[in-house]
Design a protein around this ligand. Structure first.
Ligand SMILES: Cc1cc2nc3c(=O)[nH]c(=O)nc-3n(C[C@H](O)[C@H](O)[C@H](O)COP(=O)(O)OP(=O)(O)OC[C@H]3O[C@@H](n4cnc5c(N)ncnc54)[C@H](O)[C@@H]3O)c2cc1C
Ligand code: FES
Length: 590
């Protein structure tokens, strides 16, 4: 480092509610300089706080640092002269310590306190909100001026004007700018990523991201597994958009569930799917009207030449009701290729397949796969339903389990019918609760695969926290929209999805498959994310400007353009909805 580094300002601020685009954001990004000495503690500087502890703050992100040189850079770039200390949400404004010289793991003494550099700044829309520059989160990364976080090794008082003394160098000599670029910018050299993982001071969150990048198979077409599980490998979809498949069988599985077997018209075997993946069907009950788009997990043997899906007829359900009433053997339907990351992982760990109701379908495909592979793994089939009339795949699952050397079965009927035999058809009278896992002696360190109604899935975190199961991995599938991730937004009411207010747009049709909603695009929206928000479709985002990949979603058909261009491309057949606009009709897995 050239010259002596100096602490120019200590900036603090407690979270406040800020109005933003008709909503309220709870944020601590407004920091103001304070005079005199301040105590710096393990989690915060006195008087400072963060609005959203999932994204900011905590031991690894106790103090955010930004350089006065970068102030000058951005002032020039934006043609502004109104910056004041704390402008970038930082706690310490410093002279010196540039991002391309400071290394993760470097240690500094300021006043009485000692600090260690843990990671670059988190990419988040709130810094752009504070600055009135919505694209700032992406610009900080692409211009390699992110700033960085410090962990507090020794608590103590610090004061503006004090010298910053370097007392130790981070091992591996990897600068903040390099580590930031390694995660966010294209390239991700495996050798450099492995090297970054050898820096013990690198925060656990960044270590997880880099491990995911290392685990991403070589030659993946694109995508950043370090930023989103949506890119975490797996083969790309077997075909683009929708293709016709013929219904070759319809089988009743229970009172309300029926299976469709689907084959290629020319008799060509269909591309294999991974056990646990789903198909998406596009139905056109009204001819030219908006299509009905729904997803159905594959329930048969994943490597079979034909596909099988199993549909529960929902009371008043549009698609399931239409299929039940109108579908005949020989009919042709349009399907998007198998997709989804809820898939059976290889390994020797015990496998718990836990499902309720129609949630049996993807785990049944996994059971088929285990049998086809003659797996010696310990396999548990735990299933809950109402009674024997609503017990699909009862015989099929029993037969499959009988072919495994180390299989266990436990069935719960919440309201057994008079003819249902306890000990034969079912074991427990009552709802399948995850608490049962420990009670029936399910093994520890298992890979758990869960699929069922929302109430059942919502139990999961509490059960895992209170039981001694300590699973090796927990995988869940949701038959609907996933949970929203809208950092900092307060009191967002969970409203059913709906078309946007006002007259319909004049652009191409946009279908949100999981939400069951098709609407017209209106170029007044800056991005697909804005359209989704106008429809109350649950969304996930953080930077809103194409850098963090939180908004990466499946693109089942159609194509998009990007403005602004994303910093790193999403995986093939995925889309970053925060910075894209449709080129033609789209079907999104949202
Ligand atoms: C990844 C994934 C995998 C899936 N796998 C499967 C699967 O294997 N099998 C399966 O059956 N489903 C599966 N689903 C769910 C499936 O996609 C559909 O959501 C489901 O079939 C319901 O669609 P629908 O059109 O019949 O119901 P919708 O018309 O979308 O209605 C949804 C719900 O609202 C209720 N409803 C609708 N209208 C009314 C009304 N007027 N009054 C009262 N209630 C009403 C319906 O009863 C229903 O419960 C999966 C979903 C996803 C995302
Ligand atoms: S929200 Fe960050 S890339 Fe879209």
């Amino acid at each position: 480092m050239n010259g002596r580094a100096k602490l120019l300002a200590i900036n603090v601020g407690l979270p406040q509610d800020v109005s933003w685009r008709g909503r309220t954001v709870h944020t601590g990004v407004w920091k103001r300089p304070v005079a005199g000495p301040r105590m710096v503690r393990r989690l915060n500087i006195d008087g400072d706080g963060q609005g959203d502890l999932d994204g900011h703050g905590g031991e690894q992100r106790a103090v955010l640092v930004y350089q006065i040189d970068s102030y000058r850079y951005w002032q020039e770039r934006f043609g502004r002269d109104d910056f004041t200390f704390g402008q970038f949400g930082e706690n310490f404004t410093v002279d010196g310590l540039p991002d391309d010289e400071v290394c993760v793991g470097d240690r500094y003494r300021i006043g009485e306190a000692v600090f260690e550099v843990t990671q670059p700044r988190v990419t988040c829309y709130r810094v752009g909100l504070r600055m009135g520059e919505p694209r700032l989160a992406a610009l900080l990364v692409s211009h390699r001026r992110p700033g960085f976080y410090l962990r507090v090794l020794t608590e103590g008082r610090v004061e503006a004007g004090q010298e910053i003394v370097k007392i130790a160098s981070g091992p591996e000599g990897m600068t903040v700018a390099e580590i930031d670029a390694l995660l966010y910018l294209p390239g991700h050299s495996r050798e450099r990523v492995a090297r970054a993982l050898r820096v013990p001071a690198l925060s656990p969150g960044w270590q997880t991201s880099f491990r995911a990048l290392l685990d991403q198979p070589d030659g993946e077409p694109a995508g950043n597994a370090g930023l989103t599980p949506a890119s975490a490998g797996g083969p790309p979809p077997a075909w683009e958009g929708f293709r016709p498949l013929r219904v070759t069988r319809i089988d009743a599985e229970s009172k309300s569930v029926f299976s469709l077997t689907l084959a290629d018209d020319n008799g060509t075997p269909l591309p294999p799917a991974l056990p646990g993946q789903f198909l998406t069907v596009r139905l056109r009950p009204d001819g030219g009207g908006p299509p009905l788009i729904r997803s159905y997990s594959l329930s048969g043997r994943p490597d079979a030449a034909a596909y099988r899906i199993s549909v529960k007829q929902e009371p008043h359900g549009s698609a399931s009701g239409y299929l039940r009433a109108h579908l005949r053997v020989g009919d042709v339907l349009e399907f998007a290729a198998p997709r989804g990351a809820f898939t059976l992982e290889a390994g020797d760990a015990p496998v718990l397949l836990v499902s309720a109701g129609i949630g049996a379908t993807p785990v049944l495909a996994m059971l088929h796969a285990l049998v086809a592979a003659r797996s010696a793994r310990e396999v548990w089939w735990l299933y809950g339903t109402r009674d024997g009339t609503e017990h699909p795949f009862a015989q099929e699952s029993r037969d499959l389990l009988a072919r495994l050397p180390n299989a266990h079965r436990h069935i719960c009927y919440s309201r057994p019918a008079p003819g249902d035999r306890q000990g034969v058809d079912y074991q427990t009278a009552g709802r399948l609760s995850l608490g049962l896992l420990s009670a029936v002696g399910a093994p520890r360190a298992a890979q758990v695969y869960l699929c069922g109604p929302a109430a059942f899935m919502n139990e999961l975190p509490a059960v895992l926290a209170s039981s001694d199961l300590a699973p090796a991995g927990v995988h869940t599938e949701i038959f609907g929209t996933g949970p929203a991730l809208n950092p900092g937004l307060t009191s967002v009411p969970a409203r059913p999805v709906h078309p946007p207010a006002g007259p319909p747009g004049t652009g191409p049709r946009i279908s949100f498959a999981r939400s069951g909603l098709t609407v017209e695009w209106d170029p007044a929206y800056a991005s697909l994310l804005e359209l989704a928000e106008a429809c109350d479709v649950p969304t996930r985002w953080s930077c809103r400007t194409g850098v963090c990949h939180s908004c990466e979603s499946g693109l089942l058909s159609g194509s998009v353009g990007y403005s602004p261009e994303p910093v790193d491309a999403p995986a093939r057949d995925n889309v970053l909805i925060c910075c894209s606009q449709p080129r033609d009709e789209l079907v999104l897995d949202l």
